[in-house]
Design a protein. Structure first.
Length: 132
């Protein structure tokens, strides 16, 4: 995962927060989803990967981007674990893409001042293999 200074799961990040600008410098795809599995932020890398502007993600349900089957069997269990307070990870191909290309996803809880998980920060990158 690309390191980001001063970013800790207990620091609330939400649209309009200037700290989100640092995510646009990353080559990783970075999104924030709320507890209803709706996009609250997408960095430019994620938007370019999907061939759209990042504002097109705002308030869009995750299942509309991934597809219902992938959401049900991969994304939802991953985010549910995160929403229960536990960072989660998985490696999987992306729906509708080359099934031989794998992506790692790391999802971390974002909590409010009272300690309640209110959103999830996901960092996704393509898994590169070396060797022959």
């Amino acid at each position: 995962i690309t390191p980001f200074p001063d970013l800790h799961p207990t620091h609330m990040l939400w649209p309009g927060d200037d700290r989100l600008k640092m995510f646009d410098a990353s080559t990783d795809r970075i999104v924030i989803l709320d507890r209803d599995y709706r996009y609250r932020f997408s960095n430019l890398t994620n938007a370019r990967y999907h061939g759209t502007g990042r504002d097109a993600f705002l308030d869009k349900p995750l299942w509309k981007v991934t597809c219902e089957r992938f959401f049900k069997h991969v994304s939802k269990p991953l985010y549910d674990r995160c929403f229960s307070g536990h960072p989660s990870s998985c490696v999987a191909p992306q729906p509708g893409r080359d099934p031989n290309e794998l992506y790692s996803a790391h999802v971390n809880p974002i909590v409010d001042e009272s300690g309640q998980v209110v959103a999830a920060l996901a960092v996704v990158r393509r898994v590169e293999f070396w060797g022959g």
